[in-house]
Design a protein around this ligand. Structure first.
Ligand SMILES: NC(=O)c1ccc[n+]([C@@H]2O[C@H](COP(=O)([O-])OP(=O)(O)OC[C@H]3O[C@@H](n4cnc5c(N)ncnc54)[C@H](O)[C@@H]3O)[C@@H](O)[C@H]2O)c1
Length: 255
């Protein structure tokens, strides 16, 4: 059965990369009829992605946004509402991976990781929730966590703290908003082949082999695998699902 997002307005952060998870989610939702508003620190990139969606016959707009900046969140919500009148779906996807062993990790690394991956999701949920409440309730917020927010992985102390934080913040907010029909869930990708992975394991074939061999299905996932999960959670087919966590990891955390 096709997921139906006809007429719904979706805001997706961190959507500038054509091969990233944000754009994959946007593309999937646009294909189901949603109107898309894309943001990213990379304003030029995200404008290009919105143009890609429009060229494919979808409704899409974009603007530059730093998700760590509270004032920028207010400006973004205003821009989405003036473009499309409302926000039904918010996908907090923007993120970075500061992967360092403890001996190498500085306090500045730690702070940057938490600011970009955790503070940003707090700010996004707060701004998104306020807007959804203003509209009279209803809506779906999907937060991108990671399997590194579920199990320990060496070299991810700060990243894991950010993603573990996203996981439980998601549940707490879901409980606050449940009676208003605003659903909040987290998605936990395993290793998906995007720029983030390419940077993390660039020029390190050995590390790539270790990662690939650890995946029960034997290969990395594709951005569309995450896009499909996000689109489902965004839709009314998921109307009884809130405060829940969904791994999309080729069996990685089943071990
Ligand atoms: N790729 C994976 O294997 C994987 C696994 C688990 C979780 N994730 C999570 O999925 C999300 C998307 O990852 P991806 O692999 O598509 O990465 P990506 O690097 O391709 O995309 C992330 C985007 O976020 C943007 N961004 C970074 N800082 C920002 C800021 N301060 N404000 C606004 N935008 C900012 C970047 O410009 C980039 O376009 C991230 O939250 C990531 O942690 C990815």
């Amino acid at each position: 059965m096709m997921i139906d997002l006809k007429g719904k307005v979706a805001l997706v952060t961190g959507a500038a990369s054509a091969e990233g998870l944000g754009f994959a989610a946007a593309l999937k939702m646009a294909g189901q009829g949603a109107r898309l508003f894309l943001t990213d620190l990379n304003a030029e990139g995200v404008e290009a992605r919105a143009a890609d969606l429009r060229a494919a016959g979808h409704e899409a707009q974009a603007m530059g946004q730093d998700v760590t900046d509270e004032a920028a969140w207010a400006a973004t919500i205003d821009a989405v509402v003036s473009a499309f009148g409302r926000i039904d779906i918010l996908v907090n996807n923007a993120g970075i991976a500061v992967l360092k062993m403890m001996s190498e990790m500085t306090k500045a690394d730690w702070d940057r990781q938490l600011r970009v991956n955790l503070d940003s999701v707090y700010l996004g949920c707060k701004a998104g929730l306020d807007q959804m409440r203003k509209q009279g309730g209803g809506g779906s917020i999907v937060n991108l966590s990671s399997i590194a927010g579920l199990v320990g992985v060496p070299g991810t102390a700060a990243y894991a703290a950010s993603k573990g934080g996203v996981r439980l913040m998601t549940k707490a907010i879901a409980l606050e908003a449940a009676r208003e029909g605003i659903r909040v869930n987290s998605v936990h990708p395993g290793s998906i082949w995007t720029d983030m992975q390419k940077v993390a394991i660039a020029d390190n074939k050995e590390q790539f082999d270790i990662i690939e061999n650890a995946i029960p299905m034997g290969h990395l996932g594709q951005p569309e695998d995450i896009g499909a999960m996000v689109a489902f959670l965004a839709s009314d087919d998921a109307k009884y699902i809130t405060g829940a966590e969904f791994t999309v990891d080729g069996g990685m955390t089943a071990q």
